[in-house]
Every structure is written in structure tokens, then in C-alpha cells.
Design a binder for this molecule. Structure first.
Ligand code: DOR
Ligand code: ZN
Length: 350
């Protein structure tokens, strides 16, 4: 990394948690990521989901066909874990280089998770095989019990599901995806280095007030749901202090406006377009620019045991505030961009 007050040259970042959907929406949203990222872990919660190595192979080729000629961008595919997933399918897909990880959605936890896991015990044999083969398990860490308050679902998941799983399979490499609470960050900090966590830009820069106070705002509705300010501060601490276990996963999750603004609006924030500028501004505001590169470019690659990127990305701080468009127009309709509700001066050098 080289830095002065107004310019920062870092290893090119990666996004360790990304939804790009498929077909026309995918074509429309992908450039927002490959503008600043070299690689991204692509979530498998399509409808139908990515269940096999063959599904992953054909999704990867659709993604690659959607990337403009000359752009270097590597999608890193994942398999969607169900109670019918076979260990052999996971091992073969991983060994053939078709996937980099397996995603566990508790059934009903979020968008397209109904094929997910209802009883974690049932997938222990697959997880044991993954542990032996050092294949990372990516977890959406929320319980789905309707008796549990939505704001407590992550903390309860850690207690009821994650902790017993860690005790049973201590060598399994796990990423707690999009952590949102101080319970999660302190859990990760107290565990060994084979437990990592991604953090999203939106959970770092806004709290639940932006969604619920002064009128309900569905564009801030995501899962796990935004939490109170004290949790946001715990996430900031985790992301900006240089700890290797925390890395960027935007969880950029585009939905058409019609699906967001509905009686049962979808969860998801589309933050890919300005994720990097927003994070640079946040880290600058906190006097933590020295730790930006670790969070966005180094820790994730190290956790996945992948080479760090050779390319660089240069950011500069302009005198003029960045104007972010509000909407991405696609052939299927409009998608509203994440508004960080703070002035951003950092920009990506072309
Ligand atoms: O807000 C979310 N949106 N959280 C998720 O876990 C899934 C995602 C989506 O796919 O829309
Ligand atoms: Zn996600």
C-alpha cells in the first residue's frame, strides 16, 4: 500500500459475498462490481439454486459471457447446501475447481432459502467431509424460529447452532456471513483463526433508524436486519482495527424496485456500485485508512488461501462530493442504489 492524505494505492479488492442473480439483471449489475473488484464469491440462492457442480459450471459460464471483453474478473462459485446434498458432490465440485465454498442457509432465513437446512444435524456428515477437505462453509447465521425476535436471531444462532457445530467440528473453516452484532464480532474474536466473518458496507454505515424512523424505508431492509447503533460501532471496531478474521462481503443484493416496495418487500441492499468509495470515506472519517487494504483486499484472500491480487486500485480524495446516481435502469426495471446518507469524497482513479 502507498498512501498520502489524499491518495491511496492498494491491492485490488475482492468481494467475499455477492448476489448478482442471472440473465438481464446479472448483465446490468456485474459492471458495478468488476469496476473495483478482481474476484467475488457468488451466492448460490438463485431460483432454482446452485445445487451441483454442473449447475455451478453453467452459472460460471453465463457470468463470464456477461463480462465485457478485456475485463479481468473471476467469479468464485458456491454450492447451496440442502439436506440432500451429497458429500461426494461437494468434494468433486471443489476438487474440479468449480466451487470455492458451500453456503448454508437455514430454511426460511432469507431470500430463496426455502430449500435450505431445517435440521443442522442432518448435514453434519457433509460438513465433516468438508472439514477434512478444508472446504469453507459460509453461514447465514440467523435462527428462523418465529418465537425469536428478529433482532436477536443472530445472537441466538451463535448460541444454539454455531457453538455446538464448532465444538463438534473444530477444524471446519467457517465464514459467518454479514455479521451484524457485537455478539458475533466478539464470538469471532474469541475463536480460532479458522472462523472468519464478512461485514457489509451498509451494516457499517447505517443503523436501523434509517429504515424505521421518520417513515419506513424498504431500501434499507435487508437480512440480517439492520441493528441498533451500539452494534454498528462493534462492527466498525472489528473492520477497522486490522484483525485478519474480518473482511469485506458487500452482500450487495439487487431487487427490482417493484419487489422492494411491496406489501411483502424483498430483503436486500444494492450497494455494489459505490461500496469502495463509501468504505474509503468511512475508514478515512475514523482515521483508519491504513487498515482499509487489509479489510477489502488481503484478509479474505488469506482466509480462502487464495493468492492476493497482483493488480492495484488507486483511490483519491476529491474536493468535490461524489454524486451517486439513485437508480440503475435495467431491461427488467429499476434498481435503487444504496444511499449511505453521508458525504463521500473518495473516488476510484480511472
Ligand atoms: O438482504 C438480503 N438479501 N440478505 C440475504 O441473506 C439474501 C439477500 C438476497 O438474496 O436478496
Ligand atoms: Zn447474501
Amino acid at each position: 500500500m502507498t498512501a498520502n492524505k489524499n491518495e491511496l494505492k492498494i491491492t485490488k479488492p475482492d468481494d467475499w459475498h455477492l448476489h448478482i442473480r442471472d440473465t438481464e439483471i446479472m448483465k446490468a449489475v456485474l459492471p458495478a462490481t468488476y469496476r473495483w473488484a478482481s474476484r467475488a464469491i457468488i451466492m448460490p440462492n438463485l431460483e432454482p439454486p446452485i445445487l451441483t457442480g454442473a449447475n455451478a459450471r453453467s452459472y460460471a459460464s453465463r457470468i463470464k459471457e456477461s463480462i465485457e471483453a478485456g475485463v479481468e474478473f473471476e467469479p468464485l462459485l458456491t454450492l447451496y447446501l440442502t439436506q440432500d446434498t451429497l458429500a461426494d458432490e461437494v468434494l468433486a465440485s471443489y476438487n474440479q475447481g468449480l466451487i470455492k465454498a458451500v453456503k448454508l442457509y437455514p430454511a426460511g432465513a432469507t431470500t430463496n432459502s426455502h430449500n435450505g437446512v431445517t435440521d443442522i444435524q442432518k448435514v453434519y456428515p457433509v460438513l465433516a467431509a468438508m472439514s477434512d477437505a478444508a472446504i469453507p462453509l459460509l453461514i447465514h447465521g440467523e435462527v428462523t424460529d418465529p418465537q425469536i425476535d428478529i433482532f436477536d436471531r443472530e445472537a441466538v444462532f451463535i448460541e444454539q447452532i454455531l457453538e455446538p457445530l464448532r465444538r463438534e467440528l473444530p477444524d471446519l473453516r467457517i465464514v459467518m456471513e454479514h455479521v451484524t452484532t457485537k455478539e458475533a464480532t466478539s464470538y469471532v474474536l474469541n475463536e480460532s483463526e479458522n472462523l472468519g466473518a464478512t461485514i457489509t458496507p451498509h451494516h457499517l454505515v447505517v443503523n436501523r433508524n434509517v429504515m424505521l424512523s421518520g417513515g419506513i424505508n424498504p431500501h434499507y431492509y435487508c437480512l440480517p436486519i439492520l441493528k441498533r447503533e451500539s452494534h454498528r460501532l462493534a462492527l466498525i471496531d472489528a473492520a477497522t482495527k486490522g484483525d485478519k478474521r474480518f473482511f469485506l462481503g458487500t452482500d450487495s443484493a439487487p431487487h427490482l424496485d417493484g419487489a422492494k416496495i411491496d406489501v411483502c418487500g424483498c430483503a436486500g441492499v444494492f450497494n455494489a456500485p459505490f461500496a469502495m468509495e463509501i468504505l474509503a470515506q468511512l475508514f478515512d472519517n475514523l482515521g483508519a485508512l491504513d487498515n482499509l487494504e487489509g479489510f477489502v483486499s488481503l484478509h479474505g484472500a488469506d482466509f480462502y488461501k487464495l493468492p492476493r491480487n497482483k493488480e492495484k486500485l488507486t483511490l483519491f480524495k476529491s474536493d468535490i462530493m461524489l454524486e451517486m446516481p439513485k437508480t440503475l435502469h435495467t431491461k427488467q426495471g429499476n434498481i435503487t442504489l444504496f444511499d449511505p446518507l453521508m458525504p463521500v469524497y473518495w473516488q476510484i482513479m480511472k
